[in-house]
Design a protein around this ligand. Sequence first.
Ligand SMILES: *[C@@H]1O[C@H](CO)[C@@H](O)[C@H](O)[C@H]1NC(C)=O
Ligand SMILES: *[C@@H]1O[C@H](CO)[C@@H](O)[C@H](O)[C@H]1NC(C)=O
Ligand SMILES: *[C@@H]1O[C@H](CO)[C@@H](O)[C@H](O)[C@H]1NC(C)=O
Ligand SMILES: *[C@@H]1O[C@H](CO)[C@@H](O)[C@H](O)[C@H]1NC(C)=O
Ligand SMILES: *[C@@H]1O[C@H](CO)[C@@H](O)[C@H](O)[C@H]1NC(C)=O
Ligand SMILES: *[C@@H]1O[C@H](CO)[C@@H](O)[C@H](O)[C@H]1NC(C)=O
Ligand SMILES: *[C@@H]1O[C@H](CO)[C@@H](O)[C@H](O)[C@H]1NC(C)=O
Ligand SMILES: *[C@@H]1O[C@H](CO)[C@@H](O)[C@H](O)[C@H]1NC(C)=O
Ligand SMILES: *[C@@H]1O[C@H](CO)[C@@H](O)[C@H](O)[C@H]1NC(C)=O
Ligand SMILES: *[C@@H]1O[C@H](CO)[C@@H](O)[C@H](O)[C@H]1NC(C)=O
Length: 617
Amino acid sequence: MGTTKFVIFTLLLSGSLAGKYGDLFLEQYNKIANASNKYFSKEGVPYHTSETLVIESTDYGHETDSEAFSYNVYLQAVYGALTGDFQPFNKAWDMIEQHMIPKLQINAERYNPSNPRNVSGITVGVDPIFNELKDAYNTSDVYIMHWLSDVDNIYGFGNIQGECELGPNANGPSFVNLGQGSLWQGFNTPTCDNFTYGASDGFQFSATGQGIPSYSYGAGPDADARAVQAAFWASQWAQERGNLSEIMPTLSRAAKLGDFLRYTFFDPYFKQAGNCIGKEECPGSQNKSSAHYLISWGISWGGSLSEPGYSWRGGHSVSYYGYQNLVAAHGLINDLNIKPKAPTAIDDWKISLDRQLELYEYLQTSQGAFVAGVTNSWNKSYGNPPQEYKDGAFHGLWFEHQPGFADANPWFGFQAWTTDRVAQYYYLTNNTRAKAITSKWVDWAMSVITFDENGDYTLPFNIKWEGLPPNATVSVTSYAQSIGSASATARTLSYYAAASGDSKAKEVAKKLLDGIWNHHRTEKGVGFEETFSQYTNFNQKLYIPLAGWSGIYPNGDVINENSTFLSVRSWFKKDPDWPIIQNYLDGGAVTKISVHRFWEQADFAIALATYDMLFNE
Ligand SMILES: *[C@@H]1O[C@H](CO)[C@@H](O)[C@H](O)[C@H]1NC(C)=O
Ligand SMILES: *[C@@H]1O[C@H](CO)[C@@H](O)[C@H](O)[C@H]1NC(C)=O
Ligand SMILES: *[C@@H]1O[C@H](CO)[C@@H](O)[C@H](O)[C@H]1NC(C)=O
Ligand SMILES: *[C@@H]1O[C@H](CO)[C@@H](O)[C@H](O)[C@H]1NC(C)=O
Ligand SMILES: *[C@@H]1O[C@H](CO)[C@@H](O)[C@H](O)[C@H]1NC(C)=O
Ligand SMILES: *[C@@H]1O[C@H](CO)[C@@H](O)[C@H](O)[C@H]1NC(C)=O
Ligand SMILES: *[C@@H]1O[C@H](CO)[C@@H](O)[C@H](O)[C@H]1NC(C)=O
Ligand SMILES: *[C@@H]1O[C@H](CO)[C@@H](O)[C@H](O)[C@H]1NC(C)=O
Ligand SMILES: *[C@@H]1O[C@H](CO)[C@@H](O)[C@H](O)[C@H]1NC(C)=O
Ligand SMILES: *[C@@H]1O[C@H](CO)[C@@H](O)[C@H](O)[C@H]1NC(C)=O
């Protein structure tokens, strides 16, 4: 890979901003940083949204997820590139370490890599990377972000960093897990469960009522990969500006994250990856044949708090196009500043980079959009798929479009997010496969984006697909003006245009940025009034995993068969926006709120800066 380009932004070396879009970046950046706009907690943790009454991927606007932290790292890296000040980048990574990589990992040192999960009825393999990670970093703990945090401790579990159930008076972001069922049926549970709240055995939902006090975490690995990607760019930009030494400690932590991120490559039970049929029949793997080498849907780990002392970990069987990240892989392989220490990490990432490219090719329709993903576990139970799925398998993984995962597939944002990274990789390397993938997608995207006479834009919101690869086809089912999707699309087109010289792509990128800037600026950043017809679900009954189960939350809210989304979140009634919801529930007008998602604000800012850096405009 000798063709790696170290991007030189000559105009930036003078220390001044190059063009108009750099100025717009700073204006947007200052709005995000402005404390009155409430994008950050007092600790400096990015919330999911500035507003509190937002229910979408998280069930409260001031919860947050690893995605927001990863966008913060990317935003601050870009800020460093434009201003030469990389301290905010360092601080953004500190936030990751202080609040999202769990310190409470009791019994981690008792983890047995020869038996990573002690479960019955399923054959388990060995964890082939634990020992080298332990040797490289002198720790048995997992260095990966948990995905969800209750930043204001509104649930009151008090699972602040390193602590277990300190309660409502604990001060600081508290790790939580999202319950089972749909977002509206689920209820949050504590990551560390020492039976202080919930039922007599906390939130274990064990039929005997005698579960073991324990903790568990889960990662959304696309976020961890995005943080590594951002660190790679920070490394490039800091070198150009002569500020590398200031960020070296942060870069070594990014390398460590990239090393541990390999857990996402593995089957959850370290079973053989590919043609894995039968919970007991499909063998556990004794080596890396348990790796599918894709950025899968998750990494999970946990353990007991007391005796019997154990801990466990595993990857995920399902991998979608939307999570893949060629830039993170490229950086870990080629940039010595983020070189992982474990001896087989680079070889693993090399296989992954190639496998990710192959997955894009496999899932790309002839129209240009991508569809769904692949799984190592048919029907989530290592079932035996129909023959047509076997005929079209991807390295022995089955085409996957199961409920649950399929939910995430229709969203156009995943298309733009992921192709942005393919375009960046193409820009960095001129790789012909990446070029072909991006070029096909760009043609499709430009055919479904429209502009009105005032320059305002519309792009797909949801898409649906039919058929199986290689004959799958897509159609757009709804359109919207989403800020994040438009920003990521603009960035994709910018990188593609810079690498290929395609002037049409550059023009559409500029029109999208101008469209957001001219039509959707608000006091707090960018946004528009969105309609939340799904807010009728406040009275949705909860999904209780065990019949007859009943428990209590730290604030006294009772959880049982009659509880609703709202009844176990009584604080919502004190929210300043509550009257709008109450009015809707009482039969009034559908809820409309202008929502400012941190990731969207950051995505737009990054897209502005990218356009400036690539074209000096
Ligand atoms: C990619 O190819 C273009 C056109 O041949 C060339 O101008 C550019 O320098 C190449 N970039 C890299 C990273 O090799
Ligand atoms: C911060 O934002 C508030 C409200 O949006 C605004 O009134 C104030 O002028 C801003 N402060 C700065 C320093 O821009
Ligand atoms: C595995 O679990 C069983 C019961 O669930 C227990 O008896 C056994 O000791 C466990 N083995 C290990 C190695 O933890
Ligand atoms: C490894 O970690 C242990 C305890 O965490 C510490 O006592 C020891 O000094 C460390 N070893 C090295 C080589 O850093
Ligand atoms: C769990 O509770 C027990 C007894 O109530 C206590 O001794 C133990 O320290 C607690 N564990 C943690 C991790 O807080
Ligand atoms: C970045 O590097 C330049 C050149 O070495 C130096 O002048 C500047 O002070 C550095 N910036 C910071 C914030 O340290
Ligand atoms: C894993 O081990 C099996 C059986 O010993 C062997 O056939 C296979 O080639 C190995 N695979 C890898 C990836 O090392
Ligand atoms: C999927 O698995 C469930 C139980 O795990 C079973 O009831 C169902 O029939 C299976 N569906 C298919 C299509 O195999
Ligand atoms: C895709 O279409 C081709 C041509 O019609 C056909 O031969 C092939 O069997 C189809 N593949 C699948 C997986 O449907
Ligand atoms: C749920 O509501 C029904 C109907 O009012 C009632 O009979 C039942 O006892 C309630 N269950 C609990 C756990 O309170």
